[in-house]
Design a protein around this ligand. Structure first.
Ligand code: SF4
Ligand code: SF4
Length: 67
């Protein structure tokens, strides 16, 4: 999974959807906990502004911080 930088508005929808509790949302940053993520892509479909990108072969922990 990959997170597009500076796009997330931290609505928290993906955090509630992730069955593995693999998305960590802090005040102004969101990250995917690589060890927990199973690449199910549920977070990709639920994000209203298409911040998350599915990468089958590449599970990444990237942080997207607000400006
Ligand atoms: S791909 Fe699935 S397991 Fe990974 S962060 Fe998204 S919802 Fe969670
Ligand atoms: S990645 Fe999408 S669904 Fe998740 S907090 Fe950011 S804007 Fe909301």
């Amino acid at each position: 999974m990959e997170i597009k930088p500076n796009k997330c508005d931290f609505c928290g929808v993906c955090v509630g959807v992730c069955p593995e509790d693999a998305i960590e949302l802090k005040e102004a940053s969101i990250s995917i906990i690589e060890e927990r993520c199973t690449n199910c892509a549920k977070c990709v479909w639920c994000c209203p502004i298409e911040v998350l990108i599915f990468r089958k072969d590449k599970v990444q922990q990237l942080k997207a911080k607000s400006n």
